[in-house]
Design a protein around this ligand. Structure first.
Ligand code: TYD
Length: 220
């Protein structure tokens, strides 16, 4: 099978990063070369842009400059890491991709989804994920998780973590709307549950799209 591009999306604190790693491990175990990456970032240049865009005060960038920074980082990531990996047959799992721009810069920052889609089309020229999993969970619960994690790990809260509950509710609704508009590509996964429970839901979503993995992934 050709390399597949899978993206993990959702609000903060939904456990995407842990689950992306668990899925990458499960795929590697059945012999699929899997590259795990993230956005904004994933390449040297894109990681430099990540610092610019995630640090500082909320009003550091206008909505459009923020979007263009995200797309500058994304294009570097796609050209230098994602496409070469897919071309040699590897699978790529990215912790966030273009639907984050649609949700955060488009729906939440007043640019509007249509302007974000226009930029996407110009920059990406038809390149899109094969499968996107949206991690959905109660906003209050996910914000609690972000706070606990930050307190335990001395993690620096990003500009987006610091935004209020209303912002995060908008993000949740944005992702549900994106999933409704593109049901063939975007699947919603209930992110409330133990690591193993959520992992099983992800494997189910994956085998629904790639039936050749049925009964193989996760040793099930
Ligand atoms: P990160 O600490 O990686 O958050 P998470 O663990 O929730 O993925 O920070 C990434 C932040 O950047 C997150 O708040 C979402 C935001 N973001 C955008 O606003 N637009 C984008 O296009 C991307 C990729 C991320």
């Amino acid at each position: 099978m050709a390399g597949q591009f899978i993206t993990f999306e959702g609000g903060e604190g939904a456990g995407k990063t842990t689950q992306a790693k668990m899925l990458a491990d499960a795929l590697e175990k059945v012999g699929v070369e899997t590259i795990l990456t993230r956005e904004p970032g994933g390449t040297f240049g894109a990681e430099s842009i990540r610092k610019l865009v995630l640090e500082g005060t909320d009003d550091r960038w206008s909505g459009m400059t923020e979007l263009l920074l995200m797309y500058a980082a994304r294009l570097d990531h796609v050209e230098k890491l994602i496409k070469p990996a897919l071309q040699r047959g590897a699978w790529v799992i990215s912790d966030r991709f273009s639907d984050s721009s649609l949700a955060y810069q488009g729906y939440a920052r007043d640019l509007g989804a249509d302007r974000v889609r226009s930029v996407h089309d110009v920059v990406m020229e038809g390149f899109n994920p094969d499968l996107t999993l949206v991690f959905d969970m109660d906003v209050y619960l996910s914000l609690k998780r972000v706070e606990t994690r930050a307190a335990q790990d001395d993690e620096v809260l990003t500009r987006f973590d610091k935004a209020g509950q209303a912002f995060h509710t908008t993000i949740r609704e944005a992702y549900l709307d994106i999933a409704k508009n593109e049901p063939a590509r975007v699947k919603v996964v209930d992110a409330d549950g133990s690591r193993q429970a959520v992992h099983s839901r992800i494997l189910n979503a994956l085998t629904a799209k790639y039936p050749e993995f049925a009964g193989k992934l996760g040793g099930a």
